[in-house]
Design a protein around this ligand. Structure first.
Ligand code: MLC
Ligand code: AMP
Length: 499
């Protein structure tokens, strides 16, 4: 019986006595103990009625059981669907409707609300959250062996939602081979081995923290210092005993801002990886000056896993995202005609390879718009490529704000604002922010009767959207700047209000 991802990432660790996870409370889990736990959880999934191909929706705290749950879903042949823990009830409701999961695993403290949402659909609900979690408790007396369900390379392993320019989140369908091929390419390129110890301080519900960080560690048999969240004190404490850190640029600016971060602290470190948002060349240089290490920047997307990376052995150039990974092709095309651009000319970054997803869940039209029949995916990022293949990102053709590594689509916020009775129209845009890279500003044109209350606007936004999407500033304007075609000029808003 084969199960592509399980056989490669998990099964080889049966009986492996090496440490896998080291958690905040000091507990450690060997690879063997982890696999036994995953098997117990897989039994609970099956007993709850999860069938191969079913979605298991997970919005739960970053505890060791959540990684075991990922392994359990894979071996049970289910599709793992992780969600940002910051999502509101309204957002969760959308994902439940769209993905139609057979099981929801939530934080114990959210059980009552989640049950109320799930009830109308008859979806099962279990909880994670230490010993009190019903999933954890149900697993405790189960068998520590489980025969993995047959799954091939093209079967789906995960469904990851990514917001869209239309304001509706789309579920990116990722196959076993999408995930495995990328994990192999990154582990080889970054030479990750069982001698490595990774500081894992990223969230566990996105490509970066779940697949880039965990799948490579699992493949290599590395140790993972599993931190519940980014905490500067913990990072500074762990650096001397670690070899790898994977982070978004905010990690690096925050670390650099602390004078205790010195060269001595990173003597044992091998690689610092950055991605999910642009790393300023200034941060790259400051990091090198302080530590002698050049941050290794790579580029990826939910739909494509990782696409390019600076080399481990070779020049890591600030402001570039390096070369296409092994098995991944990149072309730069004219955004209007789709024709291939000559080297050095700006165009749309398109990507093809085993890493590219299978399409959007239940959205064949959207899939056809973004995934060509030739297999090339249109990233919406604008870039250039030099003759030797090195890629630089120079902008985005999609209206997107990236704040602290989280993607925020203005349309989703504008829809909420425009629905309010006193709002005529709105425009949401990103402005530079020293901590998060960009932060969200909303410009609102209100009805002329003067009754609009910004407090009421904030309340409404709060009930509908996760905190990280909330505008940090509201501007009341008489009109939005528009070009002769009537299109709102967000560049003008950014230039006028960017500082
Ligand atoms: C937290 N807040 C944010 C935020 N993170 N607001 C905007 N943008 C963010 N990214 C909110 C908090 O709710 C809080 O609200 C306030 O801002 C300050 O919080 P904080 O304590 O300073 O933030 P912190 O919890 O330390 O989180 C910051 C962070 C975190 C950078 C560590 O956002 C993070 O881990 N980001 C990584 C995201 C990531 O994994 N992206 C990968 C996507 S995959 P209040 O109420 O207190 O004001 C991808 C593909 C690829 O993009 O290539 O990898
Ligand atoms: P997501 O859809 O959350 O996976 O985010 C993917 C987007 O993050 C990409 O389309 C890019 O715009 C951006 N991104 C990822 N890595 C980098 C990077 N190294 N530099 C600049 N942008 C990046």
């Amino acid at each position: 019986m084969t199960n592509t991802l399980f056989d490669a990432l998990f099964a080889p660790h049966v009986g492996n006595p090496a440490t896998f996870l080291e958690c905040d409370d000091g507990t450690t889990l060997t690879y063997d103990a982890f696999l036994k736990r995953a098997a117990q959880l897989a039994h609970v999934l099956v007993e709850t009625g999860v069938q191969p191909g079913d979605r298991v929706l997970v919005q739960a705290p970053k505890l060791s059981d959540i990684i075991a749950l990922y392994a359990a879903a894979v071996q049970a042949g289910a599709i793992y669907l992780p969600l940002n823990t910051a999502y509101t009830q309204a957002e969760l409701d959308y994902f439940m409707q769209d993905a139609d999961p057979s099981l929801i695993v939530c934080n114990s403290k959210d059980e009552t609300t989640v049950r109320a949402l799930a009830k109308t659909r008859g979806t099962a609900v279990l909880t994670l959250g230490g010993a009190a979690g019903s999933l954890s408790r149900a697993a405790d007396d189960k068998s520590t062996e489980f025969t993995a369900v047959e799954r091939g390379p093209d079967d789906l392993a995960a469904l990851l939602y990514t917001s869209g320019t239309t304001g509706r989140s789309k579920g990116a369908m990722l196959s076993h081979n999408n995930l495995l091929s990328n994990a192999i390419a990154l582990t080889d390129l970054w030479e990750i081995t069982s001698d490595d110890r990774l500081i894992h301080a990223l969230p566990i519900f996105h490509t970066h923290g779940l697949f880039v960080a965990m799948n490579t560690s699992l493949l290599a048999g590395a140790k993972v210092r599993f931190c519940e969240a980014f905490d500067l004190e913990v990072i500074l404490h762990e650096l001397p005993q670690s070899t790898l850190l994977m982070g978004v640029p905010t990690f690096y600016t925050r670390i650099l801002a602390d004078t205790r971060f010195t060269k001595d602290l990173v003597d044992n470190m091998r690689v610092f990886v950055s991605g999910s948002a642009p790393l300023l060349a200034e941060t790259h240089r400051e990091f090198e000056d302080r530590t002698g290490h050049r941050i290794l920047e790579r580029y990826g997307m939910t739909e494509t896993n990782m696409i390019t990376s600076n080399p481990l052995n070779g020049e890591r150039l600030a402001g570039t995202v390096g070369y296409p990974l092994s098995g991944t092709e990149v072309v730069i095309s004219d955004p209007d005609t789709g024709a291939s651009q000559p080297f050095g000319e700006i165009g749309m970054i398109e990507v093809r390879g085993d890493n590219v997803f299978q399409g959007y869940w239940n959205m064949p039209e959207k899939t056809a718009e973004e995934l060509r029949e030739t297999g090339f995916f249109l990233t919406g990022d604008l870039g250039i490529q030099t003759e030797d293949g090195r890629v630089s990102i120079v902008g985005r053709s999609k209206d997107l704000i990236i704040s602290g590594g989280y993607n925020i689509y203005p349309k989703e916020i504008e829809d909420v604002l425009n629905d309010l009775p006193d709002v005529v129209e709105s425009a949401v845009f990103g402005v530079p922010n020293p901590d998060f890279g960009e932060s969200v500003v909303a410009a609102i044109v209100a009805e002329t009767d003067g009754t609009l209350s910004i407090e009421a606007v904030k309340e409404s936004v709060q009930s509908k959207l996760a905190r990280f999407k909330h505008p940090r500033e509201y501007l009341l304007l008489e009109a939005l700047p528009r070009n002769t075609m009537g299109k709102v000029q967000k560049n003008v808003l950014r230039e006028t209000y960017g500082t």
